[in-house]
Design a protein around this ligand. Structure first.
Ligand code: FE2
Length: 211
């Protein structure tokens, strides 16, 4: 059994192929495909955002460490095939799963495909799918806001500042604000709260993000 592939057959009335992936395995997979430092930092930022969102959305009695790790792996891997799908946006999210379908657990694979649903036509269904779809674009706006701070660092950045820049459509023009706003209907978080949670997650790993 390789370190990056663990298949277990669960004995039930029918056989279920269950693939489990650990965080170190996911990180190894990410660096197998991504080399660009900026993209790696974006992956770490989105991972931190997903972890923070899981903790914010999940009621305390339902908290599950394995589930938190799953959300964090989705954040880490969502853009892993970005460099190998340049110029083919409809393949982004799909190619990684084509190549690693027996390595990546099914629900993680689905969320990765769904985060680019406008191109892949794989529609987000679960909270995890919507969390990655909506926070992906926001991490970019937050990183750009951090660079505007006097010391170009994230630790003193406030959610009010980010909200102001979110409303300024000329700032970080490439960010899909309409998709970010879906946090309100799909995750049940008002935009301001959503920004607060994602920013808080990113601030924890500011040093790793070099922000
Ligand atoms: Fe992304």
């Amino acid at each position: 059994m390789s370190k990056t592939k663990r298949n277990y057959t669960i004995s039930t009335t029918f056989d279920v192929k269950y693939i489990y992936m650990t965080h170190p395995e996911a990180y190894k997979l990410l660096t197998k495909y991504l080399t660009d430092k900026k993209l790696l930092k974006h992956s770490l930022a989105t991972e931190a955002a997903m972890k923070a969102l899981y903790k914010r959305i999940t009621p305390k009695e339902k908290y599950n460490k394995a589930e938190e790790e799953k959300w964090s792996i989705v954040g880490l891997l969502h853009d892993a095939d970005y460099e190998i799908t340049r110029g083919e946006p409809e393949k982004h999210g799909m190619r990684l799963i084509e190549k690693e379908h027996d390595t990546i657990p099914q629900d993680i694979a689905y969320a990765i495909q769904a985060h680019n649903y406008k191109y892949t036509k794989v529609n987000p269904k679960s909270l995890m799918d919507w969390a990655i779809t909506t926070c992906d674009q926001l991490t970019g706006i937050i990183a750009a806001c951090a660079l505007l701070q006097p010391d170009r660092r994230i630790y003193l950045l406030t959610h009010e500042f980010v909200l102001g820049k979110f409303q300024d459509k000329s700032f970080a023009k490439g960010a899909d604000r309409a998709t970010i706003l879906l946090c309100e209907t799909t995750l049940g978080l008002k935009l301001e709260e959503f920004i607060k949670v994602v920013l808080g997650g990113m601030q924890i790993i500011g040093r790793e993000l070099e922000l």
